[in-house]
Design a protein around this ligand. Structure first.
Ligand SMILES: Nc1ncnc2c1ncn2[C@@H]1O[C@H](COP(=O)(O)OP(=O)(O)OP(=O)(O)O)[C@@H](O)[C@H]1O
Length: 390
């Protein structure tokens, strides 16, 4: 049976060509407006969780507000569960939106806030069923013991969990979570990422989770949309985005620490293609060399993940010379920052390897580094786009 319902409108969420500009401060509304969304399109299937990530100001919240009906797009269409939402006001969209600002009712207790959407017109449930659902969600978010408190007597992280509870109790056509766990401590964030994901995935509504934290997006999303400066940079599964970032911008957002991006020039000597930068000369593995040769540009950005770089003795054959800039132990691994000559790069290594760099972390000492034969990325130096075939 076709999944298309209602005269061609697909189930789930479909947004097409969403554009939005804002007037610049102090300027007349129609004079050189600031375009914050450039014809964005996404599809989220029933029961699918799509994470939207991008740096601050990328347009994530504006996009969420448009989907929720709180902001009007300049262009584009949104359809949800077989309905065109163009003329549907926010209150009738059946969207469970978790505001970044929480927007709690100050005169209602934690329990009252969590219950409120179930008591609103259209959200009614039998009182016992509503209470049961609220209890379950308050328990999940570890705030059941705060049920009788007013929002004014809560910490920022507790308020965020109340806002989350108010969203998760609903049975909407779309869940929209804008930075839902950003103000929680690391342990709770870790626990709730999995728990909320489980809960959302068990429902038939599509879900969107917006976060500036690229790793959070990879861990919660069935698919991930990377937004930058109001444009979709990449859409893919977490694995695709991690393994083949479409651009240096995407690579910069992912990883802890993110991929090192080393600007260099391609140079051919005999049968080997090298990436060169100052004194650095790195022979490219054959598959990358072939892709780089096909691309036909000399200006290149070499991407290497921090855990792909290894240390070698200074001056060792084939090693690139670097100087140790800092050495931070984190208990189970260490992050060593190296100076490649007006460029700092991060190396994620074992505590033992970091300790072997010398007393005081070896800071200021010259070392050699080697790059992995696999797992390197190449981006065009001018556009930042990944080279085809890399
Ligand atoms: N009402 C508004 N008037 C003018 N400019 C706005 C308005 N709302 C958002 N902007 C601008 O639009 C751009 C995108 O903002 P938005 O809040 O959507 O980004 P974001 O990706 O959600 O960022 P963050 O992760 O910091 O929340 C920013 O440059 C912001 O200053």
């Amino acid at each position: 049976m076709s999944a298309i319902l209602n005269g061609g409108i697909p189930p789930g969420l479909t947004a097409r060509g969403i554009a939005k500009s804002f007037a610049r401060p102090g300027a007349k509304p129609k004079v050189d407006p600031h375009k914050v969304l450039h014809e964005i399109g996404i599809e989220v299937g029933p029961g699918e969780l799509v994470a939207i990530t991008g740096p601050s100001g990328a347009g994530k919240s504006t996009f969420c507000r448009i989907l929720a009906g709180l902001e009007r797009p300049d262009a584009g269409t949104v359809t949800l569960a077989g309905r065109d939402l163009g003329a549907v006001p926010a209150g009738q969209r059946r969207v469970a939106l978790m505001f970044e600002s929480y927007a709690l009712y100050p005169h209602l207790t934690v329990r009252g806030n969590a219950l409120s959407p179930l008591q609103a017109p259209g959200g009614r449930l039998a009182p016992a069923e509503a209470q049961k659902r609220v209890d379950e969600v308050l328990e999940l978010l570890e705030i059941r013991h705060l049920g009788e408190r007013l929002p004014g007597a809560l910490s920022g992280g507790q308020k965020q969990r109340v806002a989350l509870a108010r969203t998760l109790v609903q049975v909407p056509d779309l869940f929209l979570l804008d930075e839902p766990i950003s103000h929680l401590d690391a342990k709770l964030r870790h626990k709730l990422r999995g728990e909320i994901r489980r809960r959302l995935s068990a429902q038939s509504a599509p879900s969107i989770w917006a976060t500036p934290d690229g790793m959070e997006a990879l861990s919660v999303g069935d698919r991930v949309v990377v937004l930058d400066q109001g444009r979709v940079e990449q859409v893919g599964t977490p694995e695709e985005i991690w393994q083949r970032p479409a651009s240096a911008r995407v690579a910069r957002l992912l990883g802890d620490p993110p991929m090192n991006l080393i600007e260099g020039t391609l140079m051919r000597a005999a049968d080997t293609l090298y990436v060169t930068r100052r004194d650095m000369r790195l022979a490219l593995p054959p598959a990358l060399a072939a892709a780089a040769a096909r691309h036909g540009t000399d200006s290149i950005i070499l991407g290497v993940r921090p855990d792909g770089i290894s240390f070698a003795p200074a001056g060792a054959e084939g090693a690139v010379a670097a100087e140790i800039y800092s050495n931070e132990p984190f208990g189970k691994h260490a992050i060593v920052t190296i100076d490649l000559g007006a460029l700092l790069a991060k190396v994620k290594t074992s505590m033992a390897a970091a300790a072997a760099l010398g007393a005081d972390g070896g800071i200021g000492r010259g070392v050699g580094i080697t790059f992995p034969a696999e797992g390197l990325s190449l981006f065009d130096g001018a556009t930042g786009r990944a080279l085809a075939g890399t």
